[in-house]
Design a protein around this ligand. Structure first.
Ligand code: 5GP
Length: 213
């Protein structure tokens, strides 16, 4: 059985990174798609774990070679999802989390409408501003650009099937987990397993062996 593509988007500072860490630790058979980006590496980030940090030229070569499932320019930098990495994980039967922006989400959903789409909404603009400021990873200019962009980003919530309000980390990650686990119970996601079980309900076989009571 192939795994689900789980798209998770939110404005910068929406807290999706923390929620995703919780999910990766608590949900079995799930992986994380490590994007390529031209954004400079932040202190504490690890190349290959948080992102594959690449030059603009490397990004462009990867794009021309058809390596991206999707890519977008976000807050002045390029970000993209590796097609082969996600296909490998889903074909191994694992769900894969794509932590991507709203443009990337729309692109993936257009081509793969069966993907699960989840929007993480901060409880207020004030909470978002507070989180982003406290994180202290951006210059003042980048911070104000990200806050300005958040107005347009939150309006895009209607493109998503699910919305998780990130008011409190434990509660929000439980809600996120329940969506991911619930999606696995869909009938269409279990066709092969169900067929295997149904084959044991072969009336003729059981009548023949006298097990028909
Ligand atoms: P950050 O610079 O804070 O790590 O990420 C900025 C934004 O880029 C976030 O909204 C994040 O979800 C988005 N992003 C990260 N990786 C990708 C990707 O591969 N594709 C797209 N479209 N957006 C991404």
């Amino acid at each position: 059985m192939t795994g689900n593509l789980i798209i998770i988007s939110s404005p910068s500072g929406g807290g999706k990174g923390t929620l995703i860490k919780e999910i990766l630790a608590s949900v079995p058979d799930i992986g994380y798609s490590v994007s390529l980006t031209t954004r400079p590496q932040r202190t504490g980030e690890i190349d290959g774990r948080d992102y594959h940090f690449v030059s603009r030229d490397e990004f462009e070569t990867f794009r021309v070679d058809g390596g991206f499932l999707e890519y977008a320019e976000v807050h002045g930098n390029f970000y993209g999802t590796s097609r082969s990495q996600t296909e490998k994980m889903t074909s191994d039967g694992k769900d894969v989390i794509l932590e991507i922006d709203v443009q990337g989400a729309q692109w993936v959903l257009k081509r793969q409408p069966e993907a699960v789409s989840i929007f993480i909404l901060p409880p207020s603009f004030e909470a978002l501003t507070h989180r982003l400021t406290a994180r202290a990873t951006e210059t003042p200019e980048q911070l104000s650009l990200r806050l300005r962009n958040s107005f347009g980003e939150v309006m895009q919530y209607t493109e998503f099937e699910y919305v998780v309000i990130n008011d409190e980390v434990t509660a929000a990650s439980q809600r996120l987990e329940s969506i991911i686990l619930g999606e696995r119970q869909k009938r269409v996601r279990q066709t092969e397993v169900i067929q295997g079980i149904l084959s044991s309900f072969d009336v003729t076989k059981h009548q023949a062996s006298g097990e028909d009571n």
